[in-house]
Design a protein around this ligand. Structure first.
Ligand SMILES: *Cc1c(COP(=O)(O)O)cnc(C)c1O
Length: 347
């Protein structure tokens, strides 16, 4: 029911931050570099790193619906949480600048790093350029608790505050990726491709959940989407993705005649093989994946999310886990500014 999905999406306020569909491109250079290891699979990327605002990235799709809701509520200030090098924080700052709203970022120290690249370069540099007020918390502090305190103080000062959670991953935020699933299906028809798998990184689960809700609403199995967890361990990431997919479908069905059944938990494919020691800690496979895509295609993955997920795609290709002759789409989710905070890992 793609038309049903697009009309269901239209009921939600949306603040435009994208300029239209992002491109889907074939990775002919990578296929050639992989040779027989590509196993005859046709590889494509969805360029969600390729957007005009704020350096681009997957969080802008969520922020279209989050800021739509914020403005509908009359908010003048947006507050969000994340780690120091959060792409979501940087894009919230950029989107708030575009929307004429104030922005405060409450950032925790979730990665065991305190060097100057991590503390001040990459996304941290950009947060300040976009005019956000940055609260960098001491190690061990609870970012959400600190953010709630900050919201109360701002409200006492007369501000109307919208609080966006980690990664923007509410059902409202996930609508951005339900809309993206429709975009992908329309583009695949134009390209004459049929994506057996849509592969993506999983952090706060909103991207996977939104895509899964979208493909299910379009009548396809949720197994078309596969993610690699980079933040939570695999059981936690899987449970969160299952719940958020169901909540996103329920939100889409509100006030609609036909409800869509939530997918079975087994159909939500979350892989735990690529996280490594912890969130934000480089793995050898991530370093190889970032370098390989850079050299074979001139494209930039990021060290925290898409580099690890792409490493998972490469491992699956080399192990013959994608059917020969099938079409596979990797969603490039942005995050290249994070490379500048990982200089030492790439040297
Ligand atoms: C946040 C992020 C992700 C993960 O998206 P979630 O919706 O949080 O799972 C992937 N890639 C990049 C670059 C991100 O910033």
């Amino acid at each position: 029911m793609p038309t049903g999905l697009s009309s269901a999406l239209q009921r939600f306020p949306r603040h435009a931050l994208l300029d239209g569909p992002t491109p889907i491109q074939r990775l002919a250079g990578l296929e050639a570099a992989l040779g027989a290891a590509a196993n005859g699979v046709r590889l494509y990327v969805k360029r969600d790193d390729h957007m005009s605002l704020g350096g681009g990235g997957n969080k802008l799709r969520k922020l279209e619906f989050l800021l739509g809701e914020a403005r509908a509520q009359g908010a003048d200030t947006v507050v969000t949480v994340g780690g120091l090098q959060s792409n979501h924080a940087r894009l919230t700052a950029a989107a708030a600048a575009r929307a004429g709203m104030a922005c405060e970022l409450v950032l925790g120290r979730v990665v065991p790093r305190d060097d100057v690249d991590y503390e001040e370069n990459g996304n941290m540099l950009l947060n300040r350029l976009f005019g956000a007020t940055v609260h960098a918390l001491p190690a061990g502090a609870d970012a959400m608790a600190a953010a709630l305190e900050r919201v109360r103080a701002l409200e006492l000062a007369g501000r109307r505050v919208y609080l966006a959670p980690l990664g923007g991953s509410t059902p409202i935020g996930a609508l951005g990726y339900a809309a993206c699933a429709l975009e992908i299906l329309a583009q695949s028809r134009e390209l004459g491709a049929d994506f057996a798998r849509i592969v993506v990184a999983n952090g706060s689960a909103g991207t996977h959940a939104g895509l899964a809700a979208g493909v299910v609403a379009a009548g396809l199995p949720a197994t078309r989407v596969q993610s690699f967890t980079t933040l939570a361990d695999v059981e936690v990431a899987h449970a969160k993705t299952v719940d958020l997919t169901a909540a996103t479908l329920a939100l889409l069905a509100q006030g609609q005649a036909d409800e869509i059944a939530a997918p079975a938990p087994n159909d939500i494919l979350v892989d735990g093989s690529q996280r490594g020691l912890a969130y934000g800690v480089p793995t050898p496979a991530m370093l190889e994946a970032v370098g390989l895509l850079a050299r074979s295609e001139g494209l930039l993955l990021d060290p925290v999310y898409s580099g690890k997920a792409f490493a998972g795609l490469l491992a699956d290709l080399r192990a013959g886990r994608h059917a020969p002759g099938s079409d596979v789409l990797f969603v490039m989710t942005g995050g290249a500014p994070g490379l500048y905070a990982y200089k030492s890992a790439f040297q």
